[in-house]
Design a protein around this ligand. Structure first.
Ligand SMILES: Cc1cc2nc3c(=O)[nH]c(=O)nc-3n(C[C@H](O)[C@H](O)[C@H](O)COP(=O)(O)OP(=O)(O)OC[C@H]3O[C@@H](n4cnc5c(N)ncnc54)[C@H](O)[C@@H]3O)c2cc1C
Length: 194
């Protein structure tokens, strides 16, 4: 996973190329941001995804501009989990605690119905465990209307900031509050459809 472009240079101590670390961050996120170049301009689009083994899968309508651009095209997929706001004594040292992943790759169209079905099952199972067993699966016309793109996780990095603010020694006597404001993402109680 470590290549010249995935070498974390700024705060290298926060970087990791450990597969399990990267997978764990990807598996906790529901949304990724996909960067690609379309007609010469950079575009970044948020979208749902699922990781299966060593690949990220994206899906959408066959007319989807992003997915069509990714069919054989280069992309950069990022995921961010926000853990805390970091309030320091000085404005300069304010920060955020996070776990993030950057994946560089090239998209490939998933073209068999069997693999498409497996990926779409994994996607709904990501929303709720075993959901694919308790819902109607996609039929052939729905599969034909859905474009599924695979991005291999072969060139990827993670970056993690954790812990308290890092203030300068001379600022520690200042009266300003400093510390962490944790950010917790949780699922609420289910609300049945009307
Ligand atoms: C929620 C959040 C808020 C942030 N806020 C700021 C901010 O306000 N200012 C700021 O300067 N930086 C911020 N960062 C850090 C930012 O993501 C970059 O790591 C940092 O700006 C260094 O950029 P660079 O281009 O010099 O990185 P480099 O170290 O030159 O990047 C080289 C390679 O390291 C990897 N890499 C870099 N950053 C990340 C990352 N975050 N996750 C996974 N891999 C990475 C990529 O593979 C990249 O190609 C924030 C990160 C997060 C997740």
């Amino acid at each position: 996973m470590l290549t010249d472009r995935t070498r974390v240079r700024r705060h290298a101590d926060r970087g990791s190329h450990d597969r399990a670390t990267i997978h764990a961050i990807l598996d906790e996120a529901y949304v990724c941001h996909v960067g690609f170049v379309a007609e010469g301009s950079p575009v970044v689009i948020p979208t749902a995804f699922v990781r299966v083994d060593d690949a990220i899968y994206l899906h959408g309508a066959v007319a989807n501009h992003m997915l069509r651009s990714l069919a054989g095209g280069a992309c950069c997929v990022t995921v961010t989990l926000l853990d805390a706001l970091v309030l320091a004594k000085s404005a300069f040292h304010h920060s955020m605690n996070y776990r993030s992943v950057v994946v560089f790759g090239r998209g490939r169209v998933v073209d068999t119905h069997d693999q498409k079905r497996a990926v779409l099952d994994a996607l709904v199972d990501r929303l709720a465990p075993q959901r694919s067993l308790h819902t109607r699966g996609p039929d052939d016309s729905e599969l034909r209307a859905t474009l599924v793109i695979e991005v291999p996780i072969t060139e990827a990095s993670a970056k993690i900031r954790s812990g308290p603010p890092v203030d300068s020694a001379e600022d520690l006597v200042l009266p300003h509050w400093s510390g962490l404001i944790p950010i917790v993402t949780s699922l609420g109680a289910p609300i049945p459809a009307p």
